[in-house]
Design a binder for this molecule. Structure first.
Ligand code: CAA
Length: 259
């Protein structure tokens, strides 16, 4: 099960654990990691002995610090739109619609695509040290992995607009108040808390849980996701996108037009 370059997979007590393992890049989601996550989620979901999947990040610093900025910073509009479309299809829509419940154990920074992966998961539990946000507009781009849609669905439009437009991070206590996560645990107990939750879920009918996931998801409109992909690509044509991503790699503050 461990034929992955960027993931570690463990199976214990009928629970599948996916650890995203690119610690030097704070577990940022490059193309290969997204493809591997697609394979791993599908394989665990197809295994009827696996009752719950937990996804977390390696190390103590980051869950996932976003899409890999260095990979997409020179993309054009079409490549940007394709990045969002492929990622949404391979990973974020897949996770949201899996039959097997998915718990995101947020062990550190969950930013951009990282928070979007947690948002697509069915349940979110955070470590007290976690920091969450959608910082894309600070790079001259917008969330492209479903964040503009799912964040508003989960915490409401007002708080979602605030987080997206300010690009600010919130801590675990604020995330709990917002309903962005449903449990917070001390960092050293995060995985134990996630496994305990998984075991509680396992007392219930897997067939009914799969149907419940479908029914809950059916309540939410899909049209916004297509618009997000298109506008994500559009952002790649702007001078602000070039400036924002260049400033990130040069470790300086961006100088946006008109800012
Ligand atoms: N992509 C690529 N590399 C990343 C990364 C990312 N999203 N986040 C961090 N890294 C890399 C850094 O470049 C650095 O690499 P080097 O050592 O080679 O320079 C390494 O990981 C460690 O990061 P920092 O030195 O920056 O660590 P820090 O403690 O100073 O800061 C941080 C931590 C606040 C999380 C900071 O790394 C950060 O702001 N990261 C980017 C967060 C972000 O903007 N995410 C959104 C990405 S866009 C997106 O996700 C679009 C989408 O929706 C599809």
């Amino acid at each position: 099960m461990n034929n992955y370059n960027n993931l570690q997979i463990d199976v214990k007590d009928n629970i599948g654990l996916i650890i995203i393992n690119r610690p030097k890049q704070l577990n940022a989601l490059n193309k290969e990691t997204i493809e591997e996550l697609n394979k791993a989620f599908n394989a665990l979901n197809d295994d009827k002995n696996i009752r719950v999947i937990i996804v977390t990040g390696s190390g103590t610093k980051a869950f996932v610090a976003g899409a890999d900025i260095k990979e997409f910073m020179h993309f054009n509009a079409q490549q940007g739109q394709e990045l969002a479309a492929t990622g949404q299809e391979l990973l974020f829509d897949l996770v949201e619609n899996l039959d097997t419940p998915v718990i995101a154990a947020i062990n550190g920074f969950a930013l951009g695509g990282g928070l979007e992966l947690a948002l697509a998961s069915h349940i979110r539990i955070a470590s007290e040290q976690a920091k969450m946000g959608l910082p894309e507009v600070s790079l001259g781009v917008i969330p492209g992995y479903g964040g503009t849609q799912r964040l508003a669905q989960i915490i409401g439009k007002g708080r979602a607009m605030d987080l997206i437009l300010s690009a600010e991070m919130i801590d675990a206590t604020t995330a709990l108040t917002y309903g962005l996560v449903t449990e917070v645990a001390p960092a050293e107990n995060l995985m134990e808390t996630a496994f305990k939750k998984a075991k509680k879920l396992m007392r219930n009918s897997p067939q009914a849980q799969a149907l419940a996931i479908k029914a809950v998801n059916a309540a939410y409109p899909k049209a916004g996701f297509a618009i997000e992909k298109e506008l994500f690509g559009q952002a790649f044509t702007t001078a602000d996108f070039k400036e924002g991503t260049t400033a990130f790699v040069e470790r300086r503050k961006p100088n946006f037009e008109g800012a």
